[in-house]
Design a protein around this ligand. Structure first.
Ligand SMILES: NC(=O)c1ccc[n+]([C@@H]2O[C@H](COP(=O)([O-])OP(=O)(O)OC[C@H]3O[C@@H](n4cnc5c(N)ncnc54)[C@H](OP(=O)(O)O)[C@@H]3O)[C@@H](O)[C@H]2O)c1
Length: 235
């Protein structure tokens, strides 16, 4: 059984409700499927955009009051770098302001925020949690800004992960799915040889989230794959 940092056992009862935002996304899919069951079980509320549009702040507040969670795992975001660049206002609102709202509503409960290695500029490499951030684009900027908001609350947790692969419900969210789609359509793709990430299976990211949440960990953590690969090597 898991223990908290002070050594006490964490025993959510089977009715402990947990909100998972971005449940229709790549990592959200694995978070929902791998939620701890049995004695350490959580009652998962898998929130897709169709169920609750997080941009509707009044609806979010209403739902939170109606069905107060004991844990929130916040994965919903504009996650595509190009889409973020093309939609700056939406990206700031979803990635920063929605995170602020959910973190405020979760002031008294654990809150897990999924962030990215793209808060770094990549110059140094092999980043640790104490390295300063220096995002190069709007997506990274908004995630870094949201991290700061979340980390103001000592009950809350930020997990930075690297590029995730896996199977998503739409078949288009994992890097493996995106490459496969392009190649299957007979198209060619250009892959950088000088951009390095540490690819990770989204199921492993989900496992790390549940492990940290169950142990009531707080603060900032990195979880990425063991291998440093260029985009070309990843392809
Ligand atoms: N995947 C990666 O490689 C990676 C790497 C580092 C960090 N992260 C972080 O991990 C988290 C999850 O990533 P992911 O790859 O699983 O993302 P994803 O597949 O793009 O899923 C994001 C989800 O957010 C939902 N969403 C967007 N706008 C919404 C709204 N207004 N209301 C409610 N839901 C909304 C999307 O719904 P629709 O499906 O309807 O659009 C989508 O299901 C993100 O915060 C991301 O920044 C991901």
């Amino acid at each position: 059984m898991a223990t908290s940092p002070d050594g006490s056992l964490i025993e959510p009862d089977s009715k402990s409700p947990v909100w998972i935002t971005g449940a229709g996304g790549l990592i959200g899919n694995y978070l929902v499927r791998s939620a701890p069951k049995g004695a350490l079980g959580w009652q998962v509320r898998a929130l897709t955009r169709a169920q609750l549009d997080l941009l509707d702040f009044d609806a979010v507040r209403r739902e939170f009051q109606k069905d107060p969670p004991k844990l929130v795992i916040h994965g919903a975001a504009v996650t595509d770098v190009s889409r973020a660049r093309a939609n700056p206002a939406l990206t700031r609102r979803l990635n920063v302001e929605v995170t602020r709202l959910l973190a405020e509503l979760s002031a008294e409960i654990p809150f897990v925020f999924l962030s990215t290695d793209l808060v770094f500029d990549g110059q140094k490499g092999n980043y640790t949690e104490t390295d300063p951030v220096n995002p190069l684009h709007l997506y990274g900027e908004t995630k870094a800004a949201a991290e700061q908001i979340v980390l103001q609350n000592p009950r809350h947790l930020v997990l930075r992960t690297s590029i995730n692969g896996g199977i998503s419900s739409g078949g288009n969210r994992g890097f493996n799915e995106q490459l496969r789609r392009v190649w299957k359509a007979g198209q060619k793709t250009r892959l950088f040889t000088d951009e390095f990430r540490c690819p990770i299976f989204a199921g492993e990211t989900a496992r790390a989230v549940w492990e940290l949440a169950t142990q009531h960990r707080t603060g900032l953590f990195h979880a990425a794959g063991a291998e440093k690969l260029s985009r070309w090597q990843t392809g």
